[in-house]
Ligand binder design. Structure first.
Ligand SMILES: CC(C)(COP(=O)(O)OP(=O)(O)OC[C@H]1O[C@@H](n2cnc3c(N)ncnc32)[C@H](O)[C@@H]1OP(=O)(O)O)[C@@H](O)C(=O)NCCC(=O)NCCS
Length: 338
């Protein structure tokens, strides 16, 4: 049975059941990834940025112990002019049409809410690729995920890289997020790079104005994701010349996510990328003793950044895709009566 579900008010037993299903999915599809640890799934699902809404459904089944188990889940995050879907089904009940049913429910609501575009992030080498392609989703953007095992890091070499920045820049570390007096300069740097390289579908919330940036940091904290920032400041102007952002999520505290690393075009060629990423590794090593690895995502054509990641010891692991579909056409495919 599929029913609408509110993570904010759901009984704890349902959150636990969903966590079990999510971990069964991870073990089946991404066995090399850390499992989700309990405690923050409710917050992770419930918190959104101002102006965004997440609507969720679950599929439940009687379980062996006489209770019910949540064996499938879909949610759509309505953000800007696109609905972003997350969908998973327990490996033991796959290929029985459940995902099809869950997706049809979410897409119907997305349509009713007036959205005409829908997107989804899909991990390469998993059954989700065939599932979405069979429904006519188009692959719009490809990234490579790379993973760095901290046990393999050559700390002496990384120390050299951290120091190899041109004069005129200083590098600073900010656990928790950039301080308020740097938020403006931080947003300017993000906007400058975004303008130069607009490519993906905007499925992940990103922030280019100071207030949105503040909101996004608040939202990260509430979702149980601890941000760490390293900035390169151009001393003469006070401009943020480069930044790198890492998040350590409460749901997998052994693996950090390196989100965004940017060097503003005017400041490229001064060793900033290497310096900020290597400084970040040193800071993480002392701030997060449980951390064993860091993962990051890069566009295939971003050769300079891939080169620096390789020097640091990141190993490419999987492709990561963004797929998109037109809502009315998808709805018709999911339910030909519409
Ligand atoms: C993708 C996923 C949702 C599909 O769930 P499902 O309930 O098995 O899907 P359905 O039974 O509704 O499949 C519908 C159609 O999709 C296609 N499909 C689904 N799985 C497929 C597979 N493994 N191989 C080929 N086609 C597949 C088929 O066309 C299928 O129709 P058919 O069974 O009549 O041939 C499920 O595999 C899943 O949960 N994957 C993990 C997704 C995720 O979020 N992962 C995040 C961490 S990796």
């Amino acid at each position: 049975m599929v029913r609408e579900w509110d993570s904010r008010t759901a009984p704890s037993a349902e959150i636990e059941s969903l966590l079990d299903t999510l971990n069964a999915v991870l073990a089946a599809d991404l066995p090399e990834d850390p499992l989700w640890q309990g405690g923050s799934l409710r917050e992770y699902q419930s918190e959104t940025m101002p102006g965004e809404r997440r609507i969720s459904w679950v599929a439940e089944e009687p379980s062996a112990d006489g209770n019910t188990a949540l064996v499938g889940h879909v949610n759509v995050l309505l953000l800007g002019d696109i609905g972003v879907v997350e969908l998973f089904v327990h490996p033991e009940v796959r290929r029985s049409g459940l995902a099809h049913q869950l997706l049809a429910t979410a897409v119907r609501r997305t349509y009713d809410e007036g959205f005409s575009a829908i997107g989804v992030e899909v991990v390469g080498g998993t059954p989700a690729v065939k599932f979405y392609e069979s429904l006519g989703f188009e692959r719009e953007y490809v990234e490579t995920r790379s993973v760095l095992k901290l046990s393999t890091v050559d700390w002496l070499a990384v120390g050299e890289m951290a120091r190899g920045i041109a004069t005129g820049y200083r590098v600073e570390f900010f656990p928790g997020g950039p301080p308020d007096d740097l938020i403006e300069a931080y947003a300017v740097a993000k906007a400058a790079v975004r303008e130069a390289e607009n490519a993906d579908l905007d499925l992940r919330p990103s922030s280019y104005d100071p207030q949105r940036l503040r909101d996004s940091l608040t939202c990260l904290h509430k979702r149980g994701m601890k941000p760490y920032i390293v900035l390169a400041i151009h001393e003469k102007t006070g401009a943020v010349a480069g930044l790198t952002e890492v998040v350590v999520p409460a749901h997998h505290p052994t693996r950090a996510d390196q989100y965004d690393t940017i060097v503003v075009p005017d400041h490229r060629g001064y060793g900033i990328d290497r310096a900020i990423k290597s400084r970040m590794l040193f800071e993480l090593r002392s701030a997060e003793p449980k951390l064993t690895d860091v993962q990051t995502w890069n566009a295939l054509d971003n050769e300079p950044m891939l080169k620096v990641n390789a020097e640091l010891g990141f190993q490419p692991d999987r492709e990561w895709y963004e797929y998109g579909a037109d809502v009315p056409a998808l709805l018709h495919r999911l339910d030909p009566k519409t």
